[in-house]
Design a binder for this molecule. Structure first.
Ligand code: TPP
Ligand code: MG
Length: 835
């Protein structure tokens, strides 16, 4: 292909004006004004609705002003006043003030034609279908082409891309390079029975493919599956990228480049984006910079830009970080290419996020079944007469033969459209990477289970490693005591508590070669002060992490304190688990009550990802739960929500009531090949409760038990069934009452429901006439709704009763005293016949 060297509109290399005395300082001041404020006067909106905003500092005349004006108020507006590092700022000035790199205009033209014709064929053939056309911002395709070329020259081998609806089909065709007939087949909906009740719409499916850049490098494309929920895919994409980078080693950040494409309304409006950008530079979450592209049509559905954000640009939220924002007129294709290269080079140079604000318009309604002349009549009058971008560009570069190219691409697409009708429909347009080969999803089968116990000598050895630190390390006296206790636990001198059980699970797993990645708010110490995975020297704050020193050649153990975010961090860890199935990946809520801030990640990805996209995850969510009088927001992880989401063995839901159960549950999750998200309700006060601690034998003799049966009672009249910490309180109450005819059974795995185990237990207590479900939560919450029909099915003709707090809009009382009274009544009722 022919390459054309584009002449810069004006040139003034920064070196020219640095050392040239007094007059140059005037020149420098003039340039400085335009560098800082030029973007406000830049010509960024192709349709001219977004008027340049004159800035008083730019009311300058003369040669210098003309030159600076040409550079900084043309089709590119750089917004960098918030960047504090002079080196980075200078880097951008230098780029702006020197000649742009060569661009391949013919290639860009062909990409524009392809993306426009693709949309037109869809429009003509599938009138009335939603496709979320890219028309008006088709420069996105040559932009990504240039990003890929630049990145491939820096060592990129894969682009991990997250985006929403707008232009997604176009990207699947022209970036992920899926054959057009495959995409058209989606519109034909060839065999709906193959995905009845599941699957997803075509503009949400992920895709993978291979791209050849203009300099001939191959880059694998991974377009991540995403839900309708705008921006929810951001942290997932970044987490997936991080997993791929970690797998690749030190060069990972060069090899795997994340690219997020945003809508303008979504970029400005959705907090999850801000949460994702906030951890861009933090060691636990960095990916060496994400390229953000805002496909800015200055509209969100029917809402005008002026109603979308309080800032001048949708991109302004990004100003809180020290990263450049490149606004660019989406109809100056050469400028778009220039920005794409500059931004990508910047990402590689500084390992920094960058934002490209690609400003264009939207040719049709929000979707193609929507009439925008009702809500934006003036805009759409203008759009009606506005030619497609390829026409504008062909004329601008004086391309000959553009019409022939259009005709041949049209013929090609129309043939593909015909072929689509007989295309063998494959709903998932991607190939899974080989690291998924040995893992599977689907329904649980007993033979998926594995041995999880470890030998007593191994417990002792791991315990030794976990409680040792280097000579001369000044340990905090409180931590010292904790480590001494851990050592005693490992030697069988005291029962093992939850904190130690978790540490033993992690230590044994990394020793066996399973990497651990764990993040959550304050997780290193533990919200409840029970972990202390990082030891700090109190004299110099040197750090020592025993879990990193378990054995020669052990797997990686990474434990991070996360940012104060739920959606952003949970999405990241879900993404990480998607590309690291061999690792045990855990996210912890500070209290389970806060996990609902991440509800979209839970609903859209964790619980439905397999059903919609056939994508698996072994992510563990740790949700501290339990009624202890700490008020409405420190009591309930909303057990009922997860049970409602459970169907078709999509997730596992557990509430282990002892340390050893927790240990086996974690090990089982890592060591099985069955990959399923695991929701765990974890203890708070019960962390150190003697009844919840386990003797060594429970670690060495058996594995996880889905229910804890009760063999202490013979000839029970009543069976109490419960889950979580209340089992210990009920046992204590039974003892206090000297009750000898009530069996207490703990359901440790709420889903998949342990029918056979519970049936066996009910059969053992054959003369028990009452089965009583007891829960701490109010009647409209907890596992009650889920349990009653299940218990009734197993109970036969015995009566199934329940004891619970009365229904309430709020999960728990704010008064610790009221809580105690309620709890007392609850326990009493559990032992009252006819309750
Ligand atoms: C979290 C969320 N809220 C609301 C919606 C409904 N919705 C879909 S598209 C859209 C407008 C998006 O505007 P913008 O981000 O500018 O993207 P565009 O369609 O203009 O490309 C809205 C409100 C959604 N999908 N997700
Ligand atoms: Mg928009």
């Amino acid at each position: 292909m022919a390459t054309t060297k584009v002449q810069p509109a004006a040139r003034s290399a920064s070196t020219n004006h640095k050392n040239s005395g007094a007059s140059s300082s005037g020149r420098e001041a003039v340039f400085e004004a335009f560098r800082r404020w030029g973007y406000l006067e830049a010509n960024l909106d192709p349709l001219g609705f977004m008027r340049p905003r004159p800035h008083p500092a730019l009311q300058l005349e003369g040669d210098d002003a003309d030159q600076a004006r040409a550079i900084y108020t043309g089709s590119i507006g750089i917004e960098i006043n918030h960047i504090s590092d002079p080196e980075r700022v200078q880097w951008i000035y230098d780029r702006m003030e020197s000649e742009p790199a060569e661009v391949d205009q013919q290639r860009a033209l062909e990409l524009l034609i392809r993306s426009d014709i693709f949309e037109q064929v869809l429009q003509q053939r599938y009138l009335g279908s939603k496709r979320f056309s890219l028309e008006g911002t088709t420069a996105l395709i040559p932009l990504v082409d240039e990003v890929l070329d630049t990145a491939s020259q820096q060592g990129a081998i894969e682009l991990v891309m997250g985006m929403s609806h707008r232009g997604r089909l176009n990207v699947i065709a022209h970036v992920a390079k899926r054959p057009a007939e495959e995409i058209f087949a989606g519109f034909e909906d060839v065999d709906p029975r193959s995905i009845l009740g599941s699957g997803d719409v075509k503009y949400h499916m992920g895709a993978t493919g291979n791209y050849v850049t203009r300099s001939g490098h191959k880059v694998h494309i991974h377009l991540v599956s995403n839900p309708s929920h705008l921006e929810a895919v951001d942290p997932v994409t970044v987490g997936r990228t991080r997993a791929k980078q970690d797998r690749a080693g030190a060069d990972g950040p060069n090899q795997y480049l994340p690219l997020l494409v945003h809508g303008d309304a979504a970029f400005a409006g959705q907090g999850i984006l801000a949460e994702t950008m906030n951890y861009a530079d933090l060691p636990g979450y960095t990916v060496g910079g994400t390229v953000h592209v805002i496909v800015n049509n200055l509209l969100g559905f029917t809402t005008n830009a002026a109603e979308e954000h309080s800032t001048r640009f949708a991109a302004c939220i990004a100003r809180r970080q020290s990263i450049p924002i490149f606004h660019v007129n989406g109809e100056d294709v050469d400028a778009v290419l220039r920005v794409a290269r500059m931004a990508t080079e910047y990402r590689y140079q500084f390992k920094s996020d960058v934002v490209i604000d690609l400003i264009g318009y939207r040719r049709h309604g929000h979707s193609e079944v929507d009439d925008p002349t009702v809500t934006q009549p003036l805009l759409y009058k203008k759009v009606k007469d506005h030619p497609p971008l390829w026409e504008i560009y062909a004329e601008r570069i004086g391309a000959t033969g553009a019409q022939e190219l259009v005709d041949s691409i049209k013929a090609e697409m129309e043939n593909a459209q015909k072929a689509a009708r007989s295309f063998e429909h494959k709903p998932i347009m991607r190939v899974l990477p080989s690291y998924w080969n040995q893992y599977f999803g689907g329904r649980h089968k007993p033979d998926f289970e594995v041995e999880t116990q470890i030998s007593a000598s191994e417990v002792t050895e791991l315990g030794e490693r976990l409680s040792t630190y280097p000579d001369g390390f000044h340990i905090h006296p409180k931590v010292k005591k904790l480590l001494e206790q851990r050592s005693e636990m490992a030697q069988g001198k005291r029962t093992v508590d939850y904190g130690m059980a978790e540490a033993l699970a992690f230590a044994s797993l990394v020793k066996q070669g399973t990497p651990i990645r764990f993040s959550g708010q304050d997780s290193r110490r533990g919200t409840f002060n029970h972990r202390h995975y990082e030891l700090l020297d109190i004299e110099n704050e040197d750090s020592y992490i025993p879990l990193e020193h378990i054995a020669e050649g052990q797997a990686r153990c990474q434990i991070f304190n996360s940012t104060l975010s739920e959606s952003g961090v949970l999405g990241f860890e879900y993404g990480y688990s998607r590309d690291y199935p061999e690792a045990l990946v855990l996210w912890e809520a500070q209290f389970g009550d806060f996990a609902n801030v991440a509800q979209a990640i839970i609903d859209q990805f964790i619980s439905a990802g397999e059903a919609k996209w056939n994508l698996l995850s072994g992510l563990v969510m740790l949700l501290p739960h339990g009624y202890e009088g700490q008020g409405p927001e420190h009591s309930s992880a909303r057990v009922e929500r997860y049970l409602q989401l459970a169907a078709g063995h999509n997730i596992q839901i557990c509430q282990p009531s002892t340390a050893a159960q927790y240990f086996h549950m974690l090990r089982r999750q890592a060591l099985r090949s069955w990959r399923k998200p695991l929701i765990v309700f974890t203890p708070k006060s019960m962390l150190r409760h003697p009844d919840a601690c386990s003797p060594l034998v429970d670690f060495t003799d058996h594995g996880f038990q889905p229910i804890l049966p009760d063999a202490t009672v013979v000839d029970a009249k009543r069976i109490i069934v419960c889950t979580g910490k209340i089992v210990h309180e009920l046992r204590a109450e039974r003892k206090k009452r000297k009750n000898q005819d009530t069996a207490i059974v703990a359901v440790e795995q709420l889903y998949p429901f342990p029918d056979p185990e519970l049936e066996a237990e009910f059969a053992r207590h054959a003369s028990a006439h009452d089965i009583v479900w007891v829960q701490e939560e109010p009647a409209n919450m907890g596992a009650l709704f889920n349990m009653l029909p299940r218990l009734r099915r197993i109970a036969g003709n015995r009566s199934v009763l329940s004891v619970k707090r009365h229904a309430n809009a709020s999960p728990a009382t704010g008064s610790a005293k009221a809580h105690e009274m309620e709890q007392k009544a609850l326990l009493a009722l559990a032992f009252t016949s006819g309750a």
